[in-house]
Design a protein around this ligand. Structure first.
Ligand code: CMP
Length: 143
C-alpha cells in the first residue's frame, strides 16, 4: 500500500476557523506532514483538480465552493495513508460520518464537507503533484 495521500482543508473549514483542530487530528493519528501551503484556487485550477467529477450535476457548485476562499492542501505520509486518512475524515456526508471523524466534527453538510482525501494511491500521487513540486515535498526531513 502507498504511503502518501493528499488532504485539503476546504474553504468552509478554513472560514470556520478549524485549520488548527484538523491538523491536530491528522498529526495525532500518526500522519507526517511532508508539504503544506495555504492557497486560493483559480477557477481553472479547481476545474482541473475535480475533472473526474466533470459530468456530475454538482460539478459547477463544487468548483464555485472550492474557489470561494483559501484552502490548505497538505501532503501526508503514513503506512496505508489513503485508507487510514479516509477513515479519519469519515463519510462524504457528515450526517453519515462516524462519531469523532473530522467531517462529523467540522463539516457543514455533504457539499461543504470540510476536507478532501485522495481515493486511491494512483490519485494520491497525481494530487500531491498537482499542488507541490518535488522540492516542496520534504522527503528526508523526518526520521
Ligand atoms: P469529496 O468527496 O472530497 O469530492 C467531491 C466533492 O463534491 C465532495 O467532497 C463534496 O464537497 C462535493 N459534493 C459531493 N456530493 C455533492 C452534492 N450532492 N452536491 C454538491 N456537492 C457535492
Amino acid at each position: 500500500m502507498g504511503r502518501k495521500t493528499l488532504a485539503i482543508i476546504k474553504p468552509d473549514a478554513v472560514n470556520d476557523g478549524y485549520i488548527g483542530e484538523i491538523i491536530s487530528m491528522i498529526t495525532k493519528a500518526g500522519f507526517k506532514i511532508k508539504a503544506m501551503k495555504m492557497t486560493y484556487l483559480t477557477k481553472a485550477q479547481a476545474q482541473k483538480f475535480y475533472e473526474v467529477h466533470k459530468e456530475r450535476p454538482f460539478y459547477g457548485e463544487l468548483v464555485d465552493y472550492m474557489t470561494s476562499g483559501p484552502c490548505v492542501p497538505i501532503a501526508l505520509e503514513k503506512d496505508n495513508a489513503v485508507a487510514d486518512y479516509r477513515k479519519l475524515i469519515g463519510a462524504t456526508d457528515p450526517a453519515e460520518a462516524e462519531e469523532g471523524t473530522v467531517r462529523k466534527l467540522y463539516a457543514r453538510n455533504k457539499q461543504f464537507n470540510a476536507v478532501h482525501g485522495s481515493d486511491s494511491d494512483e490519485n494520491a500521487e497525481k494530487e500531491v503533484a498537482f499542488f507541490f513540486s518535488e522540492q516542496e515535498i520534504l522527503e528526508n526531513y523526518f526520521d
